[in-house]
Design a protein around this ligand. Structure first.
Ligand SMILES: [Fe+2]
Length: 169
């Protein structure tokens, strides 16, 4: 899956939530370097941030149990939005907290309490567990597994094998 395919998949997932403020959030992502940069410690290549976000989302969706799909998509895909550079967010500092501020103050995205905590605490699994917030625990785990290189974007491997064997399904 190339970078523009990743972008289409990521944006259509976000759009599918129908959440208030999503149009502004998508505009923010497109106006930043979200789809072209890599992460700082892993996925350190062009497009790495978008790939890591999708891997986190794919794992979280596969393991969401009873959790609402829209919450899983929003928390997993946007947990690292602060990593992207945007002139609109130059004054905001921090990591999880910065993501929340960007989403709330700039994008006016309506987040539930569980989604806020999941984004805020994605680097702190112990805190997420203490809050007994299953969404936060799931996003922490998915983030960690993707960072360790243990998650693939859904169907990607199968499709590349198909291509190799001339099967264009
Ligand atoms: Fe992350």
């Amino acid at each position: 899956m190339n970078n523009s395919e990743l972008q289409i998949k990521l944006l259509s997932r976000l759009q599918s939530t129908g959440r208030e403020g999503m149009t502004e959030t998508i505009a923010y992502l497109k106006g930043s370097d979200f789809f072209s940069v890599g992460c700082h410690r892993h996925h350190r290549y062009a497009g790495g941030l978008a790939r890591h976000s999708l891997e986190t989302c794919d794992y979280a969706l596969r393991n969401r149990g009873e959790l609402p799909e829209d919450s899983v998509i929003i928390a997993a895909l946007l947990h690292d939005i602060c990593t992207a550079r945007s002139s609109a967010a130059r004054h905001i500092h921090g990591h999880g907290r910065r993501s929340i501020q960007i989403l709330s103050e700039i994008c006016h995205l309506q987040l539930t309490q569980e989604e806020r905590e999941a984004i805020l605490l994605h680097m702190h699994p112990e805190a997420a567990a203490m809050l007994t917030n299953p969404l936060a625990c799931l996003v922490c785990k998915a983030d960690k597994l993707s960072a360790a290189g243990l998650v693939r974007v859904r169907n990607e491997r199968i499709r590349s094998i198909d291509k190799k064997h001339g099967n264009n399904r």
